[in-house]
Design a protein. Structure first.
Length: 161
């Protein structure tokens, strides 16, 4: 079947098998390999992408379901060479070790901050609860998201001063 979708602002048309998963389209067809395929059962969250501005576990979404829709991958977070504050927070606060879960964590964190700019630690942990990190113990990930929230609040305050 033929589908057309917009990924990180670029429109793509592809002929696909109806059973193709979105994560495989993104990684194998479009060669956007920032997002990872971890479990194929929606347990780990490594494959989180945005589908029409909502985080989804792309290992359980058929690519056909993205027809006519917008997808954002971790590659779409940065604005040119300028990192998104979430990416910056992960770097500054050591919110990663092996990095396998990081793209999904970052996309979920960006969604959280877009919808709840001043989350508590409990809010951050709840938002990330559907994702597994086997390396960090989550402390630095939570710290990274909080850093991004504080950075954005300071930027907003500076812009309005």
């Amino acid at each position: 079947m033929r589908i057309t979708l917009t990924v990180n602002g670029t429109e793509y048309s592809r002929i696909i098998e109806p059973r193709l998963l979105l994560i495989h389209l993104i990684r194998d067809e479009l060669r956007l390999t920032g997002s990872h395929w971890g479990c194929d059962t929606s347990n780990c969250g490594a494959c989180v992408l945005w589908l029409d501005e909502t985080p989804v576990k792309s290992c359980t979404v058929l690519a056909a379901m993205a027809d006519g829709r917008r997808v954002m991958t971790v590659e779409g977070l940065a604005a040119g060479t300028r990192l998104d504050p979430v990416q910056e927070g992960f770097a500054r606060c050591h919110g990663l070790q092996c990095g396998f879960c990081t793209p999904g964590m970052m996309l979920t964190a960006r969604w959280l901050l877009d919808h709840h700019p001043d989350p508590s630690e409990a809010d951050i942990r709840e938002a990330l609860s559907g994702q597994v990190c086997r390396c960090t113990g989550y402390e630095n990930i939570v710290r990274a998201v909080r850093w991004a929230a504080d950075y954005e609040a300071a930027q907003d305050q500076a812009d309005h001063s």
